[in-house]
Design a protein around this ligand. Structure first.
Ligand SMILES: [Mn+2]
Length: 313
């Protein structure tokens, strides 16, 4: 019997947190393979996650920052990655761990393991949709709390099912969870969304709140996304935001940085570029314009920003 650490990506979003929390609960409930499962996270909780967990009386995941090499003669730490699989987005020292499982809805980068492992990867709208399906597969009914935590992340990750990443499966699972809870999924999702204190976000928070590193054509490209219900405040801070982008890029030793200021109501993103973003300009077919470029309909970093950049280079 081992203790398995379960965690989502760096700069966790609500999907990374809730997939970790609820999957750990499910596996502990099942006493899966005789192990214990500890929900962890690689950074501070987003405001909506902190509030949902507190309201539900569920302990927050344990903050970890690195996996140390195993001591002489000891087995490496077992881990489950949720909502990510690329080492660049994962814990420091991931190479010291044995990957026991992955539950994810992102592309796979370069991924090799020494032994067989659990992988549940489906191109659905959120990792929590997959966790919800795993309850069904394992013959377990989610509790109301579990249903609520899962539904919250399904809604934040798919921007209330409006993102092109949302599938018919997500809509069906959301409807089922909503029925269990007696809520309308979209209305509930909007309430969750509005608990974010985005009206007081600093330029640094807009840049660093939700950002991922990608390897593109031998360069390191950061792609961040700041979701808001009203982009006008952010657009009035472009100078400050660009400065924060340059600082973040320098800190992470990346070649370039892209920031999408996504307006959920207007359904599009204002895209800002800093540093060497030739790959992004090619993939998105835009130029580095001072005030950024408005891209109507662009809601998904994964499908409409990262994927075309990776495909074009
Ligand atoms: Mn996700």
């Amino acid at each position: 019997m081992a203790n398995v650490l379960v965690f989502g990506h760096q700069n966790p979003d609500n999907d990374a947190i809730m997939s970790t929390v609820v999957l750990s609960q499910l596996l502990n409930q099942l006493e899966y393979q005789g192990n214990t499962y500890t929900a962890c996270c690689l950074g501070p909780l987003p405001a909506e996650s902190a509030k949902l967990l507190e309201d539900a009386g569920v302990p927050a995941p344990t903050l970890i920052d690195a996996i140390e090499p195993a001591e002489e003669g000891a087995e490496p730490q077992l881990v489950i990655l949720t909502d990510h699989n690329e080492p660049g987005q994962s814990v420091a020292g991931l190479e010291n761990a044995t990957i026991f499982g992955v539950v994810d809805h992102h592309r796979f980068g370069d991924f090799t393991t020494a032994a067989p492992l659990h992988i549940v990867a489906l191109p659905w709208g959120s990792s929590c949709s997959i966790v919800a399906k795993l309850f069904e597969v394992m013959g377990v009914e989610p509790t109301d709390t579990q249903a609520k935590l899962l539904l919250s992340a399904m809604m934040t990750d798919t921007l209330m099912l409006k993102s092109p990443t949302a599938t018919a499966v997500d809509a069906a699972i959301a409807a089922k969870l909503g029925e269990q809870l007696g809520v309308d999924p979209v209305k509930f999702g909007m309430e969750v969304f509005l608990t974010r204190p985005s009206g007081s976000f600093t330029a640094e928070q807009m840049v660093g709140n939700d950002i991922k590193m990608f390897e593109v054509a031998g360069t390191k490209l950061l792609i961040g996304q700041y979701e808001t219900v009203d982009k006008s405040r952010a657009l009035g801070m472009i100078g400050e935001i660009r400065e924060a982008m340059r600082a973040y890029q320098a800190e992470k030793v990346a070649d370039g940085i892209v920031l999408c200021i996504t307006d959920i109501m207007e359904e599009g993103s204002q895209v800002l570029l800093e540093g060497d973003t030739a790959t992004a300009q090619k993939g998105l077919e835009i130029e580095d314009v001072a005030e950024g470029v408005w891209m109507p309909g662009v809601l998904s970093r994964k499908k409409q920003v990262a994927a075309p950049i990776l495909a074009a280079n």
